[in-house]
Write a protein that binds this ligand. Sequence first.
Ligand code: FES
Length: 160
Amino acid sequence: MEYSEKVMDHFMNPRNMGEIADATASGTVGNPVCGDIMKIDLKIENDIITDAKFKTFGCGSAIATSSMATELIIGKNTAEALEVSNKAVADALDGLPAVKLHCSVLAEQAIKKALKSFYEAEGRMTDELAEKFKILGEDEHDHGDDEESADEHACCLHDD
Ligand code: FES
């Protein structure tokens, strides 16, 4: 499996790893296929994301995408951060192997989950905004019934 230099760089030297003690909002999501978990903390001041940190229990691609995703959203306002798609994260890493694209979905979901809780806490959720959080609903299955699909993909960066 071929990984870009950027993926390897962000995997070996992840940016913004850790937690924000006084985070404004946090989002934790899990991948029901592989069981990997990602948490993103956001510090939001005057609607600008001034800091973002992540903790990822997962494969190298999940770590690289978390790292890149935090870099992409720091300095953006919340509306701009909402537009950061998994494709944008993967493109910023010069691409991911097709079987690892689902790892970048985790990063998009973690950001959106944190932003959803932020908008809800602020009383700013609207029908239009709710549309943008549909990606969260699509992946909230129980892990229990999907166990067989865990064999469908190679799970780790370091498996060659
Ligand atoms: Fe689980 Fe990448 S997120 S294999």
